[in-house]
Design a protein around this ligand. Structure first.
Ligand code: SIN
Length: 199
């Protein structure tokens, strides 16, 4: 059966991989920018949930939303019994991992994970930046994280954009995440107060 590949913002990669369109066979779970910026070809996209993990802005970003001297903050997953994390799973070909490994290179590792869909389950892969990685920043008061996000910018754009896009994408999925929505409120309040945003 012919599988149709889809891609958002990944035309070049899509061209390169178009001959692989019948071999998409791995589910990749996205919970951060992979939800709203899938720059790779995929055969299917589905809302998904993983158990035992919480999404947290505890990972430093030196390469996308900050710099080596002034890292921004992006999300990672923190093991949390009884919690769950909602996101999106993409069915991709193995060849996509070359691109994803490069994109997620600042401290993230591929981990196997159980995915829950609305009606069924599957085994998949997720990128997690564990506490031991060099770019891990860890927990901090929400006001400090908000200020860091408000002040950070890197080659991929402002850290604020990353947070706002993620919050919007979660709302579109009808997914609740108090940590993300609270941070969004703080950063929007900083902006409204005229706090000097990152250029
Ligand atoms: C992900 O989106 O699944 C990983 C974290 C990120 O790239 O923002």
């Amino acid at each position: 059966m012919q599988t149709r590949l889809c891609s958002i913002g990944g035309a070049l990669l899509n061209d390169r991989l178009s001959t692989l369109s019948t071999t998409a066979n791995v589910w990749v779970f996205g919970y951060g920018s992979l939800i709203w910026r899938p720059d790779f070809p995929f055969a299917q996209r589905k809302r998904a949930r993983i158990d035992g993990w919480s999404r947290r802005f505890w990972q430093g970003s030196h390469d996308h939303r900050g710099t080596a001297d002034a890292p921004g903050r992006v999300v990672t997953l923190v093991a949390t019994p009884d919690a769950y994390c909602d996101g999106v799973a993409y069915l991709v070909d193995d060849a996509v991992f070359e691109h994803l490994d490069h994109r997620e290179k600042n401290g993230y590792e591929r981990n196997d994970v159980d995915l829950r869909f609305a009606r069924d389950r599957a085994r998949g892969v997720v990128y997690i930046a564990h506490r031991s990685n060099h770019a891990f920043l860890g927990e901090a008061p929400i006001e400090r994280i908000a200020l860091q996000i408000q002040n950070s910018r890197g080659p991929s754009g402002s850290n604020r954009e990353y947070l706002y896009e993620l919050a919007a994408a979660l709302r579109n999925l009808d997914a609740d995440d108090p940590h993300v929505f609270e941070l969004e409120s703080h950063v929007r309040a900083l902006e409204a107060d005229g706090h000097q945003p990152a250029a």
